[in-house]
Ligand binder design. Structure first.
Ligand code: SAM
Ligand code: DTB
Ligand code: SF4
Length: 318
């Protein structure tokens, strides 16, 4: 879809937009199921990059000490706990610019992935830049999806990050696609970008071939010490419009209501599910910030009569 088409969808009266999104959802997904993804930061802080939103950048005040890469046993323990809690996807994140084949830390991550993959959940990793060689090894180790967000429009990106380019992000995504791994790619809203920047981000995503398997929509968590620490919260109706537009643009994708749920009311989350979101981060923590507790989320899903997706479930209707 191009920007004009996305604007046309996005600018409809809110109820017409949400109704269209709900219809698209029902055409492609038979039941009201939500994918439950648990995140684990396997290497926290000390990152060389200057992403303005990120608490883990060594350049953003440097308050967060660089942690060590978690060993396999620690990760497996968390992954088993996630599986026992009903998670269908386990996503491991590292505060790295990227990974290189031959590096001992990359070998350690591959070894960990091989064991996590045996637990039956979908396995997602987000490790920064890759080339074809690393992408192939990750797939062989059992990774099902690689998360690499473009975060915003190509035009706004340089105002948020200067240590790598938007094109660098796209080149990693091409490598992931070339080896046949699913792409999980979305962005953040609330960084000072315009509504058109958000739609331009969707325009770029909609030109991916194949389109992303999942699209995380994160609301900025304003992290102390970062240049964006004082950003005001995202307007809830702007979030709902973007979720609905994403559902319409990507009928078959998991649209993930990602960072920021801890400041959304139960009603706003219910509205977001109605508008087409069908995936959440599930677990008490995101990477360095908080998330609603597992018990709270279980209760919310029960009240909304939403059930958990099984792993590797794509659309229920062909
Ligand atoms: N270093 C890797 C990378 O940049 O791809 C992986 C980890 S990075 C923390 C993954 C994603 O988390 C970012 O692309 C961004 O979309 C999201 N993120 C990071 N900090 C955030 C924040 N404060 N609020 C919302 N989303 C955030
Ligand atoms: C994504 O799109 N959101 C997640 C995951 N992919 C890696 C990360 C959210 C991070 C929120 C801020 C934090 O916890 O540091
Ligand atoms: Fe590093 Fe990723 Fe955070 Fe950017 S978003 S500073 S690359 S951990």
């Amino acid at each position: 879809m191009n920007l004009a088409e996305l604007q046309h969808i996005y600018q409809q009266p809110l109820f017409a937009l949400v109704q269209q999104a709900r219809n698209v959802y029902l055409e492609h997904w038979k039941t009201d199921q939500v994918q439950l993804c648990t995140l684990l930061s396997i290497k926290t802080g000390g990152c060389s990059e200057d992403c303005g939103y990120c608490s883990q950048s060594a350049r953003n005040g440097g308050k967060m000490p660089a942690g060590k890469l978690l060993d396999k046993c620690e990760v497996l323990e968390k992954a088993q706990e996630a599986a026992a809690n009903g998670s269908t996807r386990f996503c491991m994140g590292a505060a790295w610019k990227g990974v290189r084949d031959g590096d001992a830390r990359f070998e350690q991550v591959l070894d960990t992935i091989r064991d996590v993959a045996k637990l039956g959940m979908e396995v997602c990793v987000t490790l920064g830049n890759l080339t074809l060689t690393e992408a192939r090894k990750l797939k062989e180790a059992g990774v099902t999806a690689y998360n690499h967000n473009i975060d915003t429009s190509p035009e706004f990106y340089p105002q948020i990050v200067t240590t790598h380019s938007f094109e660098d992000r796209l080149s990693t995504i091409s490598a992931v696609q070339e080896v046949g791994m699913s792409v999980c790619c979305g962005g953040i809203i609330g960084m000072g970008e315009s509504e058109d920047d958000r739609l331009k981000m969707l325009e770029v995503l909609s030109n991916f071939n194949p389109p992303p398997e999942s699209v995380p929509i994160n609301c900025l968590m304003p992290m102390p010490g970062t240049p964006l620490e004082n950003q005001p919260p995202v307007d809830v109706f702007e979030l709902l419009r973007l979720i609905a537009t994403t559902r319409i643009a990507f009928p078959k994708a998991k649209v993930r209501l990602s960072a920021g749920r801890s400041i959304l009311s139960r009603e706003a989350q219910a509205f977001a599910f109605f508008a087409g979101a069908n995936s959440i981060f599930y677990g008490d923590r995101l990477l360095t910030s908080g998330n609603p507790g597992v018990d709270q989320d279980r209760e919310l899903l029960r009240e909304l009569n939403l059930t958990a997706q099984t792993p590797h479930q794509s659309m229920s209707v062909s």
